[in-house]
Design a protein around this ligand. Sequence first.
Ligand SMILES: Cc1cc2nc3c(=O)[nH]c(=O)nc-3n(C[C@H](O)[C@H](O)[C@H](O)COP(=O)(O)OP(=O)(O)OC[C@H]3O[C@@H](n4cnc5c(N)ncnc54)[C@H](O)[C@@H]3O)c2cc1C
Length: 465
Amino acid sequence: MVAADSDLKGFPGQSIPNPKPCLSFWQRTTRAYPLLNANREATVPDTCEYIIIGSGIAGALTAYQLVESGVKGDDIVVLEAREAAGGASSRNAGHVRPDAFRGFTHYARLHGPEQARKIVANERVVLERVDEFVKKNNVQCDFNLTTTFDVCLSKEFAELEAASFEAYKNAGGDVSHVRFYSGDEAKEKTGISQAFAAYEWPAGSSHPAKLAQWLLSEIVAQGVGLFTHCPALSVENVAQPDDVVSSSNLWKVSTPRGSVTAPRVIHCTNAHLGFLLPRLAKHVLPNRAQAHALTPSPAFSAEKALTNTFSLRYGLTHFYSLIQRKGDGTMILGSSRSNPALGDEPTRPNVDDSFYSEKVMNDALRQFHEVFPEYSQDGNVHGEGFQHAWTGIVAMTPDHVPFVGEVPSLPGQYICAGFNAHGMARIFTCAPGVVKLILGGKWEETGLPECFQLTTERLKKFSDS
Ligand SMILES: Cc1cc2nc3c(=O)[nH]c(=O)nc-3n(C[C@H](O)[C@H](O)[C@H](O)COP(=O)(O)OP(=O)(O)OC[C@H]3O[C@@H](n4cnc5c(N)ncnc54)[C@H](O)[C@@H]3O)c2cc1C
């Protein structure tokens, strides 16, 4: 199956990643990573057993899990259109922040209460997995396990949040790890005078590029071939050399540096899924998201540095995320894709992460100063304050959950993508899940919510709606 030009009109995800994206804070602080441009001139091998397309955390962890499961590193090729982990995994806001209950009512409308409960519970498992993984392997990715505050900055949102909390609890969801504060207690706990209510639960932050790079270094050390600046341009079915009637397929992936053939191809291409799988293009909407780095003023330095992370919420889709890194103290302020004050600009389908929006930046900084007036009370000295802004592309699916599994009617091709801007809270169960399926396991063995599975019925629902 070749992604022919005629198929590629009209859907923004049907492109390879822009070869000249801007650099994020995370990328600017890891420019000496030795594998950044691994094999950038090399020709790809003719054959292998597994081709993974995409070297973000999804692709890197999929390769890592294959090797952990006994696959020889030499049998795996990872193709990356940009520098190593050059997509969203190195451009996000650094939060490893599970949903604790908030999304429940929304997911329940889309998938029913049982699946909704599993979707929320899965994110908590991811936090535990990341924490365990980082500790067990001593991964130097600045992972900081702490608690996070969901701060309700409007009365309407406080009501919505309360309703979701009750609904999740009533559906059997575990909320024993969530603390609730209202009125003055919420203001006091969060330090935010506009807070109507706040919820607190365990979450973490990390340097996401360092996490992806650690995974890539490990797999390369095990023999995996990582080819950067090497976009996969098409995936074609080729007959098995001596077995024309076989039901198993062989897939040829073409790149500008030769073609590589394998019985299994795993698409970890995030919002660019539709380029190689045009049938899915309408179901993976690429959205641009933006984040900002700030150097703390004295009000947020030394003993006054924030030790919790935040989601500062005006509504379900209008919010700002905030973490403060240990050590260098850099504050990372993320903007939600949607914001009533900015019209539809941030949510329009978009694959261009070569620049940032000043409108989005000005809005984020204005809100930040409003919520934390003490930040600039003494006036900033040169070197404090706004440092850098960047963008990245997130993959939104119509039913707000990822695509995991074998592609219907393309045996041997798998997907692990579509994380709806929540990859850090999803990939650490989804990638091990897809590896179980690739190695012959059943869906039940993945432990994932059933609604994550890519099935003909699921795709049909999108086409019908
Ligand atoms: C500004 C921003 C803030 C965010 N904040 C958070 C957050 O705080 N917490 C959170 O959980 N999530 C956050 N996200 C989302 C999170 O970053 C993603 O869900 C996650 O990184 C997705 O990982 P991935 O491996 O699927 O995708 P990516 O990291 O994008 O990896 C896909 C890779 O595939 C490559 N590729 C695509 N097409 C091809 C092709 N044809 N050939 C070869 N290579 C190809 C791309 O170049 C890319 O490197 C944020 C995202 C952005 C942009």
